[in-house]
Design a protein around this ligand. Structure first.
Ligand code: ADP
Length: 624
């Protein structure tokens, strides 16, 4: 032990992750090499970027690369880069803790079931720690480009909870990672195996990756380049195979599974850039954490600038991953500049359009894959119409709903398909928001539309009422909430409700109004019921039950609103009421009709005990 050696414990989260990872990722363990080469590549990218301002960081050693060496006898694998390197402090913070927000919650979500956890861990991005899946011991030798040779660092751990750091002399800039492979991972000390893995996972990495040859003839270089080392996104589309696109996705997104689709495009003209966008086939663990990093990897003329630049896509497309390479931005852009640069604005609208086009194409070409996309990211997309008014119609086309036509609760119906199925004379798009699909499907509000054969979109996600508040119309077709007043339906009305209101009916309505004056603003004969006795109808401007619940949960005070009670005068219950001469009894039954209408609207009863008392009284009468 040298005088400056320190033994430190890993952060608790690291210990947990190490333990879980080694088990969960066992069958996928070869990905460790991709992760370590990715880190080496990132370190070179960072150095190249910082050396724009400070050329002395690069010095004479200007060719950035990764070198791999294996030793079958000692079962050692070495990964060396001449990138930015680490200081002693860096090694302690970066290789002893996990900086990602939400790590603790993420770890809680793991089940201990290897297969499921492997998926989750894949999305989390295991990075450096994946070395411990194959290695008994990991030694990192590094020196940061900005410090003297005497300030190198040696970091060492057997992955069992502790690590040591010491200061060493290290003339070479950059990082060397030495793995002492586990007995059963000896295959990774074989040159052919490593060569194969580099081609499989890291071919597109932009800097050259060299492997030390087993045997060297005279005059020959001992190093063999094993990857293509051209920035994949700069190659013409026709030259890139699907497998290459997929491998590159795994590199940028740190994901294990293939993307659902991608879009690769070069834009020339006023703003010039190349974009490569991907839709993941799995949702990241932090999709709903608004603080978590998102966005694209930004390059300027192939020089890496920053990870997860969020200025190029709106929030509702935060699930998209990929790369953007600008020809116009200056190499020393910072996040602050990005927020103001006019190129960025026009790139953002162009990239957004591309992303939406990519989704539209997926919906058209591969409905099954689109369905997977929708189940993962549909709720994000629903934020779109409010956030991005300009692209509202494009987003609306991408939305999917359950409907009275689709037959199950899967959200598969798009507005375009809906419009094709409209009945004669129909212009508007009808929808119903309810607490659940089952509540929507059995809702009394549907009766008149069913009778006329009109399809209704059935919405039950938490944000649906809010979403519909932002849609208004698509083309010339209004979105119409069927629970509101003023509903006018095309097609034939059921015979009874088409008849003129009689005197007797008028009288019944006003008797009802009198006893329910505290609960409702009006009592009307309904045109929308065939089977149910009554429904409550909100005015166009009233908040619906979902918004009321959201506001209530947020502790906001709710505006008072009295609904209209619409009754089905043909219904047995109403006929019975009409015959009732005892005012007290009339009031009791009228109140029951109101309670039922409240339940039918998916709302809560405002007098549940009273309701139970009333129903009990009736039941007892029945059994007498
Ligand atoms: P991530 O790459 O997702 O940040 P890692 O666990 O792979 O997570 O790495 C943690 C950090 O360690 C990196 O962000 C980087 O700062 C540092 N690091 C890892 N490998 C290297 C390397 N080869 N050169 C310089 N720094 C590195």
């Amino acid at each position: 032990m040298t005088a400056n050696e320190q033994t430190l414990g890993f952060q608790t989260e690291v210990k947990q992750l190490l333990h879980l990872m080694v088990h969960a990722l066992y069958s996928n363990r070869e990905i460790f090499l991709r992760e370590l080469i990715s880190n080496a590549n990132d370190a070179c990218d960072k150095l190249r970027f910082q050396s724009l301002d400070r050329p002395e960081l690069l010095g004479d050693d200007t060719t950035l690369s990764v070198h791999l060496e294996v030793d079958k006898d000692t079962k050692e694998l070495v990964i060396r880069d001449n990138g930015i390197g680490m200081t002693r402090e860096d090694a302690i913070t970066h290789l002893g803790t996990i900086a990602k927000s939400g790590t603790a919650e993420f770890l809680k979500g793991l089940t201990g079931d290897g297969k499921k956890d492997a998926n989750l861990i894949g999305q989390f991005g295991v990075g450096f720690y994946s070395a411990f899946i194959v290695a008994d011991a990991v030694t990192v030798l590094s020196r940061h480009a900005s410090v003297e040779s005497s300030e190198g660092v040696r970091w060492h751990s057997s992955g069992d909870g502790e690590y040591t750091v010491s200061t060493i002399d290290r003339p070479a800039r950059g990082t060397e990672i030495r793995l002492t492979l586990k007995e059963d991972a000896a295959e990774f000390a074989e040159g052919y195996r490593i060569r194969h893995l580099v081609t499989k996972y890291s071919d597109h990495v932009a800097i050259p990756v060299y492997l030390k040859k087993d045997e060297v003839k005279d005059d020959e270089s001992p190093w063999e380049q094993v990857n293509q080392a051209t920035a994949l996104w700069m190659r013409p589309r026709t030259d890139v195979t699907d497998d290459e696109y997929k491998a590159f996705y795994k590199h940028v997104a740190h994901d294990f599974s293939d993307p659902l689709t991608w879009s690769h495009h070069r834009v020339e003209g006023k703003t010039e850039y190349t974009g490569l966008l991907y839709v993941p086939s799995r949702a990241p663990y932090d999709l709903w954490n608004r603080e978590s990093p998102r966005g694209l990897k930004l390059y300027v003329q192939r020089v890496f600038i920053m990870d997860r630049a969020e200025e190029f896509l709106p929030l509702y497309l935060r699930f998209i991953r990929g790369v953007i390479d600008s020809a116009d931005l200056s190499l020393n852009v910072s996040r602050e500049i990005l927020q103001k640069d006019s190129h960025v604005d026009s790139m953002k609208s162009a990239v957004t359009r591309r992303a939406l086009d990519m989704l539209a194409k997926l919906a058209k070409d591969d409905p099954d894959a689109y369905q997977t996309f929708w189940s993962l990211f549909g709720e994000c997309l629903k934020e779109g119409p409010a956030e991005d008014y300009q692209n509202k119609d494009r987003i609306i086309k991408l939305l999917r709903f359950a409907s009275t036509h689709s037959g199950d609760e899967k959200q598969t119906v798009g507005v375009e398909a809906y419009l094709e199925r409209m009945i004669e004379g129909q212009k508007d798009i009808y929808y119903l928001v309810a607490e659940s699909y089952a509540n929507a499907l059995g809702s009394p509000y549907l009766e008149a539309l069913k009778a006329r054969g009109i399809e209704v979109l059935l919405l039950s996600d938490r944000i649906d009422e809010w979403l519909m508040g932002h849609l208004h119309a698509f083309d010339d077709h209004n979105f119409v909430d069927i629970t509101r007043d003023g509903l006018e339906l095309p097609g034939e009305a059921p015979v009874e409700s088409a008849k003129k209101e009689t005197k007797a009916q008028k009288k019944l309505l006003s008797r009802l109004k009198e006893v329910l004056a505290d609960q409702v603003s009006e009592v009307k004969r309904s045109q929308r019921l065939t089977d149910s006795a009554a429904v409550l109808v909100l005015s166009q401007d009233d908040l619906g039950p979902q918004m009321r619940q959201i506001m209530e949960a947020a502790g906001q005070s709710l505006p008072v609103s009295k609904p209209t009670l619409e009754v089905n005068v043909e219904h047995g219950l109403l006929k019975r009421l009409d015959r009732e001469t005892d005012p007290a009894r009339f009031a009791e039954i009228a109140r029951l009709v109101f309670d039922h209408a409240q339940l039918g609207a998916g709302g809560k009863l405002d007098d549940a005990p009273g309701y139970l008392r009333r129903v009990n009284a009736l039941l007892i009468e029945l059994t007498d």
